[in-house]
Every structure is written in C-alpha cells, then in structure tokens.
Design a protein around this ligand. Structure first.
Ligand SMILES: *Cc1c(COP(=O)(O)O)cnc(C)c1O
Length: 409
C-alpha cells in the first residue's frame, strides 16, 4: 500500500461501532460495567475494556493505532502536547545523574525543557550539529540517550538518521528523534534505525491548527540494559517492551498527560489528509524559496535549494523534498519587521504545519529565553524570518512575499 492509501485503508483503520467510518468521540471520563468481577478483570488487564480516560480511551486508541502504523512502530502513546511527549519520552528512561546528548538547533521549548531537567540532575550536552562527528566526543559513561530533530528549525539542517542511530547503538545508547517537522510523509525514522519517535501532533499531523497534542512511538527494538537504564529496572520481564509498558502503566498514566478524546478525533481526521497536504506544502515551499532566492537582497534557506545545509540529506532521505518550513534573512531586524507587517496572506502567528501560511520572527518570540550561544547554535538571527508554508496557491504566496520584500525597502 502506498502512503495515501495506507492513511485511509491501513490495518489500523477499523470499522467502528455502528459501522461508523470514523471513531466515535468518546467524550467521557469513566466507563461502566455490569458486575464487580467484570470491572476487576478490566483493571487487571485480563479482559479488554476501558476504565478511565486518563488511562485509556477508545478515540485516543484509534489515533494511536493509526499514527503507530504510519510510523512503523510497535506502540504509540498519545500525550496532551508535543512538549509532554518529549518530556515523558526522556523521563521514562532517565534517572538523576544521567546525561543526554542533544543536537543543536532544537525547538526553543525543548531547549527550555532540557534546562528544567537540570534541576532533577539530568543534564544535556549539545552538539552544534547533529552529526556523528560532533556527537561522539560528548558521550561518556553517564550518557543514556541521543536526542535530536529530523529537520532542525529554524536552521533547517537535516539529520542523517541512519548514521546517528548507528553511532548511538555502537555506544549502547537509545536514539530519540523528534520528527514533527518531517512527518511520516517524508521519513520513517524507525525504518532507518531510530528507537523512539516523538511528534508534536499540533503541527502537520493535526494539520488545521485546531488542537495541541503529542505522541511517542516506540519501535520496541532497543535491547535495554537494565543495569544501565535503572529507571526501567522493574520492567526487566518485559524485555524490549519494557519502555512501552513502563510508559503506559506507570509514568504516562501517573503524570496525567493524556490526549483529550476530542483532540484525538481531530487528529484522526487531520492524519487522513497528511499526504495530500504535505505534497502541496512541500511544492509550495520549494517554489516560494526559489522565487525569494531570485531577489538580490535576501538570503533564503530551504532544503530544496542546493546551497541549503540540509540539501544533500534531504535528497537522500526525503526523495528531494525539502519540507514545509523556509527561512530568509533580510539584512536587519527593522527590515524583517517591515516585511512581516506588509504580508497580506501569510498570518503572523506562532506554530507551524497549519493549512494557512504562518510567519514569525523567531529571535523576538520563540527564543527569548535562550542564551546567545543557544541562539547561535539554533541558527536564530535578528534579521531572520521563518515561514511555515501553507496550502494556498503558490502564485499568490510568491506575490505576497515578493511584494512585501520590495515594500519593506
Ligand atoms: C511545536 C513543537 C514542539 C512542541 O509541541 P507542542 O505541541 O507545542 O507542545 C516540539 N518539537 C517541535 C519540533 C515542534 O515544532
């Protein structure tokens, strides 16, 4: 089955109750049973069924099964936000004293989270670029996880997933990839060796900018060394499933970061058109990048452009597509603001992966809590504009942006 067919007819797409073509929105907190014995069996996982929506919910399960199939995982666990998915993907396997090695150019919120974790004595070493050469010297005997994004943003570097996975595994380390900006349309990190994938579903998976959510997908392939990953020690009997089992029955359930049923329903609808939207978005982004690149006084970055840092790896891993985000530098912060203010169609808003084109000045918004050093590694400059390209007609977008650049002087 090809990508778009699988979205609509894959194994995870069920015939739902009453023959419904979509899962019902089980907007409830609890599920009732006819007898105490029945309830006992559900609570002891001896009978199929649901008890309480923080623990499991049919609408959420329907979404988890679909995204899990699209990523080629063994299990998916949906969370209240992308940030909570990232938080739990790490905390599920880490103890105080453990270290993370992270690629530079992380999402601003992720940098802030890793800073928060230092208060729990979980520290992070940053590689300026997510390459084996830069990661390897940062690994020591306290390192437990390599964490990085498939396409960094706004620096738009592309990670060589197989190379980083091979390096991680050579050191007995787990590799978590945040694939929010790439989506399963461009890449399945698990197929290339990543052990765990996280997404902010808020972005391309939901696709219409109507709800916050996240998901963790476990390949269940990592051979956990339980003396090294002490957080998973109580789950030895589950072998390679230890990570999923601890997450599902312990930390995710106890920390209470479940996805809302309504959000799961909206994500199921969104996911069905992921291929269609991504195809259009990637084409639009490449055409807009090319048009902006013609202008004399702007510097454009999009992996479809030959001089973009992500170009070669985008060709190798994404079949030449460059994703939906592009950035351009216009010479000064004042000019960047003027360009942004002149745009007619592009919406001045945070977030990305929406149907409509979104534009933001990252330095004065997303990275206000970062240090100069973190901003430099992330590729954030005061004259840089980030565009999350939408599904509008390319010609209108090109006109909108070229007119705004010339109007800005
Ligand atoms: C938006 C985003 C997040 C955070 O997701 P939320 O749903 O906003 O919590 C994490 N990683 C990346 C790459 C993102 O773009």
């Amino acid at each position: 089955m090809e990508f778009n067919t699988k979205l609509l007819h894959g194994r995870a797409v069920k015939k739902y109750a009453d023959g419904a073509t979509l899962p019902q929105i089980s907007q409830v907190s609890a599920f009732q049973y006819d007898s105490a014995r029945e309830q006992d069996e559900v609570f002891h996982h001896k009978a199929a069924g649901y008890a309480y929506s923080r623990v499991a919910n049919p609408t959420v399960a329907a979404f988890e099964q679909r995204i899990n199939e699209m990523e080629g995982g063994n299990a998916a666990i949906a969370c209240s936000s992308g940030m909570f998915a990232i938080t739990l993907s790490l905390l599920n396997m880490l103890c105080a004293g453990d270290e993370i090695v992270a690629g530079g150019g992380l999402y601003g919120g992720s940098i802030d989270l890793l800073e928060d974790l230092t208060k729990f004595d979980i520290t992070t070493r940053y590689a300026a670029h997510m390459t084996p050469e830069e990661i390897e010297p940062l690994i020591n005997d306290r390192t437990r996880v390599i964490y990085g994004e498939v396409i960094s943003n706004p620096s738009l570097e592309v990670t060589d997933i197989r190379a980083v996975a091979d390096l991680a595994h050579a050191h007995g380390l787990v590799f978590i990839a945040d694939s929010t900006t790439a989506t399963p349309f461009l890449i399945n990190p698990i197929a290339l060796g990543a052990d765990i994938v996280v997404h902010s579903t808020t972005k391309y998976i939901n696709g219409s900018g109507n709800s916050i959510g996240g998901v963790i997908i476990d390949s269940a392939r990592f051979p956990w060394d339980f003396d090294k990953y002490r957080a998973l020690d109580g789950y030895r009997n589950f072998g390679k499933l230890a990570y999923t089992v601890r997450l599902r029955t312990d930390i995710w359930e106890n920390m209470g970061g479940c996805m809302a049923p309504m959000t799961a329903f909206l994500n199921v609808i969104g996911l069905e058109t992921l291929g269609l939207r991504m195809e259009r978005i990637c084409d639009n982004a490449a055409r807009l990048a090319e048009a902006l690149n013609e202008l004399p006084d702007v510097t454009v970055n999009h992996p479809s452009l030959p001089d973009s840092p992500g170009h070669e790896l985008a060709k190798k891993q994404f079949g030449g597509r460059g994703g939906g985000i592009l950035t351009f530098r216009v010479g000064s912060k004042e000019r960047a603001y003027a360009v942004i203010d002149h745009l007619r169609y592009a919406v001045r808003a945070t977030s990305l992966g929406d149907t409509r084109t979104l534009v933001i000045h990252p330095e004065s918004t997303l990275y206000i809590r970062s240090t100069d050093d973190q901003r430099r590694i992330a590729g954030v400059y005061d004259d840089l504009i980030r565009v999350s390209v939408g599904i509008e007609d390319a010609q209108d977008l090109i006109e909108d942006f070229t007119e705004a650049v010339s109007a800005a002087g």
